[in-house]
Design a protein around this ligand. Structure first.
Ligand code: SF4
Ligand code: SF4
Length: 358
């Protein structure tokens, strides 16, 4: 029989308080119909084609279980749907979102899409936007080049009606007022479509819109030469659930280099994962400003928000250090082949071929 893990158990076992997740990221689909040059998806979908298939989708049965467990664990957290892929590529996206809404009626939902599937026609965009805003509070459309201008024109041509109550340009309207689509306003800001400009062109213009190195998965940004001696608040504040129920240390862990648990495994609940030994060991390392493990080794992200509010944790024990090493080794074996290495391999093969035929 598994032991029920919760806040009290955590305090007893690790001499540290640990809050429930403030936010949760859910991945309806892994895989994308774009291939942005700066996206971590390049590390898990090597190749040169214009999209990032294959697509792997969360099934409704798993969503049902995750929804039930999240309702117990963090019913008032902020939920974001996207993570490592394009959520609108999920063949049952509306049903999937409804499952989560059913279990989490009070939680704020944000869905991020690149808008490509909405561009089929103006009518289709109007219909899908209204349908989505019946379930989620904020719909954010990332408008990337080359389709950015056409997509934005279509968005501004939408009619404000039904569940679509407002369309805002993030940089022009929200950013000056210090408003953010990532803030939890407990469902007070419903029916909003946020038009987001291409981060590739505007990185750094807002604190919440900075391009990150995705723990070494963004091919456009350098990896940390040495593991940074820095805290990171992500694993203290946010729970991330992949399409198959796997929970990694954080959303930057594209390659599943530090797996904290498998939410799809019936023997383990999300609460057991969140308050479990794998997360606890990672938090102890990070609170000691030691990023020399898993994806954190290459990550250049800053410490994050509200560092001072994170619980003070005793330094990692020898057992925790060993656990972190074991998980890092497991992760290195599981990690998909890095796209850079694949491209290098392809080039070597090509040059060998041309030398032979010469
Ligand atoms: S940044 Fe978003 S739209 Fe671009 S490839 Fe990555 S998941 Fe797809
Ligand atoms: S330091 Fe580690 S936990 Fe923090 S964002 Fe980077 S990979 Fe994630």
């Amino acid at each position: 029989m598994s032991v029920a893990l919760d806040k009290n158990h955590y305090l007893e076992e690790y001499e540290s308080d640990q809050h429930q997740p403030w936010s949760v990221q859910i991945e309806p689909t892994e895989g994308c119909n774009r291939r942005c040059s700066f996206c971590g998806i390049n590390a898990i979908r090597p190749g040169d084609h214009g999209h990032c298939s294959p697509y792997r989708h969360m099934n409704l049965k798993l969503a049902e279980r995750m929804g039930e467990e999240l309702a117990d664990l963090c019913p008032h957290a902020r939920f974001e749907f996207a993570m490592h892929g394009e959520p609108m590529m999920h063949p049952q996206i509306f049903k999937l979102l409804k499952v989560y809404r059913h279990h989490l009626p009070k939680a704020q939902f944000l869905l991020c899409t690149n808008g490509r599937t909405l561009m089929v026609s103006q009518e289709r965009m109007q219909e899908d936007v209204e349908r989505l805003l019946e379930i989620v509070d904020i719909l954010m459309i990332d408008t990337y080049y080359p389709e950015r201008d056409e997509l934005q024109n279509m968005i501004w041509d939408l009619t404000i009606k039904g569940n679509l109550k407002n369309i805002v340009d993030y940089y022009d309207e929200w950013h000056p007022k210090k408003m953010s689509p990532y803030a939890n306003n407990r469902r007070k800001e419903g029916g909003v479509l946020v038009v987001m400009d291409d981060i590739g062109k505007r990185t750094g213009q807002s604190r919440v819109r900075e391009m990150l190195n995705h723990a070494g998965s963004n091919p456009m940004m350098p990896e940390a030469l040495e593991p940074l001696q820095k805290m990171c608040t992500n694993p203290f504040r946010e729970l991330t659930i992949c399409y198959n129920g796997v929970v990694n240390i954080c959303c930057m862990d594209w390659k599943h280099e530090y797996v904290c648990g498998h939410g799809g495994d019936f023997a383990v609940s999300l609460s057991e994962i969140w308050y479990g030994e794998r997360f606890a060991a990672a938090r102890a390392m990070l609170q000691s400003k030691d990023r020399n493990f898993g994806p954190c080794r290459l990550c250049t992200k800053n410490a994050g928000t509200r560092v001072g509010l994170c619980p003070k944790i005793p330094s990692p024990t020898e057992a925790q250090k060993m656990l972190v090493e074991t998980i890092t080794d497991e992760g290195a074996q599981n990690a998909p082949i890095d796209s850079k290495k694949v491209n290098k391999l392809k080039k070597t093969k090509k040059s060998k071929k041309s030398t032979r035929s010469a």
